[in-house]
Design a protein around this ligand. Structure first.
Ligand code: KIV
Length: 272
């Protein structure tokens, strides 16, 4: 049971956690199997990130993720969980055009996948869309700092908010999002000292990724922290396992045994 007496974590629990100084634990998942594993490990919330475009589909950026894909993966994750609040990323161009477009598409995500909230990237310019979503009864998580859907506009994957001017802009963004009704805000790739100031200035929980320890919660991409992702890790990442190497070694052993006649062995065959 959560604090609200229900079986699932809600957006009210996010606020209570911040108030009580209890860190909020978030992680990504894209399917029912991993969602069920991370849910039973006790995370508070699962993000069905549009990072599925890069992590699962092997694309260069998140821009190709579609609304249909997000609904499909959201439904899988919701089905695989009992306790965590499931949040689905609204994909690129599904909310930026107008508040009405945001409500139509955010509504489809909640209605068709059954999850509890959506996430949108961007600061003050997205406030009208966030307000329209919240007015329609759709809980919204904001996301500022490095926003992958704007990777081309930002000139690549880079830390944000380093100058005083950039920090002031981030403060305005955080305030605009919370005034519009966002229940929490992801701070992505901002210096730890800036994330601390933003968290102090905010009145809703901040969830950091590459933003240091002084946020109200943390989020990591599951496949990265499990060591499943190939290539260079971001500097802020801690790999809690090396599952990529485990998978490769298990499959290589299987291949070798099949080729040498070691599998199936006598214990794996049906007897007459
Ligand atoms: O898409 C995603 O996985 C995200 C997290 C990195 C916060 O937005």
């Amino acid at each position: 049971m959560d604090e609200a007496g229900g079986s699932r974590v809600t957006i009210l629990d996010f606020a209570r956690r911040r108030e009580a100084g209890e860190p909020i634990v978030m992680i990504t998942a894209y399917d029912a199997l991993f969602a069920s594993l991370v849910d039973s490990a006790g995370v508070d919330s699962i993000l069905v990130g549009d990072s599925l475009a890069t992590v699962l589909a092997g694309e260069e950026t998140t821009l190709g993720a579609t609304l249909e894909q997000m609904i499909y993966h959201g439904r899988m994750v919701q089905r695989g969980t009992e306790r965590a609040l499931v949040v689905v990323d609204m994909p690129f161009l599904s909310y930026q055009v107008s508040p009405a477009q945001a409500v139509r598409n955010g509504g489809r995500i909640l209605k068709e996948s059954g999850v509890g909230a959506v996430k949108v990237e961007g600061g003050a310019p997205m406030a009208p869309a966030v307000e329209a979503l919240v007015t329609a009864g759709i809980p919204v998580m904001g996301h500022v700092g490095f926003t992958p859907q704007s990777v081309h506009q930002l000139g690549g994957v880079r830390v944000q908010g380093r100058s005083e001017g950039a920090f002031q802009k981030l403060i305005r963004d955080v305030k605009a999002l919370e005034n519009a009704g966002a229940f929490a805000i992801v701070l992505a790739m901002v210096p730890a000292v800036i994330a601390k100031r933003l968290t102090e200035a905010a009145s809703v929980p901040t969830i950091g990724i590459g933003a240091g320890p002084r946020c109200d919660g943390q989020i990591l991409v599951l496949h990265d922290m499990l060591g499943l992702s190939e290539g260079e890790s971001p500097h802020y990442l801690k790999r809690y396992a090396e599952m990529g190497a485990e998978v490769r070694s298990a499959v290589a052993s299987y291949a070798e045994e099949v080729r040498k006649g070691g599998f199936p062995g006598p214990e794996h065959v049906h007897r007459m």
